[in-house]
Write a new protein. Structure first.
Lengths: 408, 200
């Protein structure tokens, strides 16, 4: 009997820590900061950070319960929940970790060609790139099929009439291998998170021609995903984790902390690259010019907007990554959980948006969103083609689309 | 037919030992590949049935992409210093993925054998599914062809079926082929007739 008690006690003691997986990317900064600076501990939770080599590992370990949570690209959280890349495992996204930060980085010669073309003929960067890609059978690297990078790059190229698969090949290149692939000529360019575009520049093999914001201003990027079961079983722990992350987000967004954060992330056990490459992607990290890197806190960057989840899903459907029978809106509602966010942040007196949905891409200039207790100033959120994404316009299966015929 | 196994492991010692064991078993043809950005190319070229990869390599994302798009479904086995319980969970969930760390080499053969059995079963289920789908399609086409004959030539159902069978026998071809062609021809004729009617 006592053995059994001892055993179950040992089991409990064996996994008290919240295990959070992440890759070697600068946009996971708030998680590393919250862990290293003791913000998680201050909220009363013990955390263990696990640096994984691939998105596939993150997805599998979440699926089989070897991670409780992870820094994830939202399309992959949808893919895991739907079981379209392995066994299904329900996940929730109660928190957005970052906005922006990805780069479209091309081999030096191609980048020169694009810039030259753009200058000479007065074309936008993507138009010039399109002209350079046509008829050349080039390959561009993305970090994973179910990544924001795949969706953003396809969106951007499509605005200039370039279709992936027809005019250009897309292949998966893990971010940490992107520089090597570019050097070896296996890809003509890539879209990846920081610091890998900067690393390519430093290695003298690539130049960045566009960033997330050239495709979608203030584009949501990484999110914290948590196994649904874990979130349901320990709501207090989740609340504590989200609060710690918000504190870390505020820290990371402060330009004064950029150098410190970069040094922390550059450690061997985390990104293991020079802090200078990381610094360029952090708020305030660039000595000149406007920030083109990550945003962690400003403008409700941490809020899990359901409309953003639905945008990812609509784009996944557009490119055939999600079956037509899936009710996208219901799925966005099930996985994106602003209610959990509100539950954690509202008692702190933090301003929290009043709604879960907004029109994406509707603002050319900074604007104000209704929030409690005080409105929040949000940055411009334009898409490169000026499109406005209305969540209500996404068709639902089972409900016939109201057409002109019905009104006669 | 031996199984083509692509082995990607940065631990040269372990890779060599694995290769030796697998070759001895006689059911496998071992291909070696270095890790790195050329993996997609290597897979394209070698088209392996099975991939054994060190889980600590980022190349798994490349494999995942290929697994998603190709019908060949290479199965990934993990080697590496990871939690062995992870592999158990993965296998229990039907993923043909193993963790080979801490496994003595003499134990490798049964593990490989079960992985391959799992893989073969998967292949068989896929094949059976394809066969069942083909059969369903054939039945559907026969029904349509009979309906066309019954309506157009005022045949009874058994007569229509005999007519189709006889046609297949005379042409010395499979019933499925004859029926598919017959239905396609009928649809094409109907479409062209419709188009003609639309002409002023």
């Amino acid at each position: 009997m006592s053995d059994i008690v001892a055993l179950s006690a040992a089991r409990k003691a064996a996994a008290p820590k919240m295990r959070i997986g992440l890759l070697r990317l600068a946009d996971g900064a708030p998680v590393i900061v919250a862990h290293e600076l003791g913000f998680f501990a201050d909220e009363g939770i013990e955390t263990e950070l696990v640096i994984e080599p691939s998105w596939a590992n993150i997805a599998d370990k979440l699926t089989f319960g070897f991670l409780d949570a992870a820094v994830i690209v939202p399309p992959l959280a949808f893919a895991v929940s739907l079981g379209i890349r392995g066994p299904a495992q329900p996940l929730v996204i109660p928190y957005t970790l970052s906005a922006g930060g990805n780069t479209v980085t091309l081999g030096r010669r191609l980048a020169e060609e694009v810039k030259e073309h753009s200058r000479r003929d007065g074309l936008t960067t993507v138009e010039a790139l399109a002209a350079c890609l046509r008829g050349r059978d080039l390959t561009l690297g993305i970090v994973h099929a179910y990544s924001t990078h795949n969706l953003l790059l396809r969106y951007w190229l499509a605005t200039a009439g370039i279709e992936a698969g027809r005019d250009v090949r897309l292949t998966v290149v893990p971010p940490a291998q992107a520089v090597e692939a570019l050097t070896a000529g296996q890809v003509a360019g890539f879209c990846a998170g920081p610091p890998w575009g900067e690393m390519a520049r430093r290695a003298g093999v690539g130049a960045t021609v566009a960033t997330s914001r050239d495709i979608w201003q203030n584009a949501p990027e990484k999110a914290l995903t948590v196994r649904t079961r874990w979130a349901e079983e320990q709501p207090e722990k989740l609340t504590a984790a989200l609060r710690a992350l918000l504190r870390a987000a505020r820290f990371c967004d402060d330009p004064e902390n950029a150098a410190y954060t970069a040094a922390l992330l550059s450690r061997r056990k985390y990104l293991d690259v020079t802090p200078h490459a990381i610094l360029a992607a952090l708020p305030g990290g660039k000595r000149t010019g406007p920030d083109k890197g990550c945003v962690f806190f400003r403008g409700a960057a941490t809020f899990p907007w359901r409309s953003q989840g639905l945008w990812f899903l609509s784009e996944m459907r557009r490119w055939g990554l999600v079956d037509a029978s899936v009710d996208l809106r219901a799925l966005a509602e099930r996985i994106y959980r602003p209610d959990l966010y509100r539950g954690a942040m509202a008692p702190l007196g933090e301003p929290v948006p009043a709604g879960d949905w907004k029109h994406e891409g509707a603002h050319d200039a900074p604007w104000t969103v209704e929030a409690a207790p005080a409105p929040i100033a949000l940055p411009a959120d334009r898409f490169c083609d000026g499109a406005v994404f209305d969540p209500e316009a996404v068709p639902r299966p089972g409900k016939p689309v109201a057409s002109a015929l019905h009104k006669i | 037919m031996p199984l083509r196994i692509l082995l990607i492991d940065t631990d040269a010692e372990r890779a060599r030992a694995l290769e030796e064991k697998l070759s001895q078993s006689g059911f496998a043809e071992i291909l070696r590949s270095p890790a790195g950005p050329s993996l997609a190319e290597t897979l394209e070229r070698t088209r392996p049935d099975l991939v054994i990869i060190d889980m600590a390599l980022p190349d798994r994302d490349v494999l995942e992409d290929i697994r998603g798009v190709s019908a060949a479904h290479p199965i990934v086995m993990f080697a590496g210093g990871d939690d062995p319980a992870f592999a158990e969970e993965a296998i229990a969930a039907g993923v043909c993925s193993y963790n080979l760390s801490g496994v003595a080499l003499q134990d490798l053969k049964p593990i490989m054998a079960s992985a391959i059995a799992l893989f073969r079963r998967y292949r068989r289920v896929e094949d059976e599914l394809a066969a069942a789908k083909a059969l369903l399609e054939e039945r559907r086409l026969i029904e349509r062809a009979k309906a066309i004959l019954m309506q157009g030539r005022k045949m009874t159902e058994p007569a229509a079926y005999r007519w189709l069978q006889k046609k297949a026998m005379n042409e010395n071809r499979k019933l499925a082929q004859v029926v598919a062609e017959f239905v396609a021809q009928h649809d094409a004729d109907a479409a062209s007739q419709r188009a003609e009617r639309k002409q002023p």
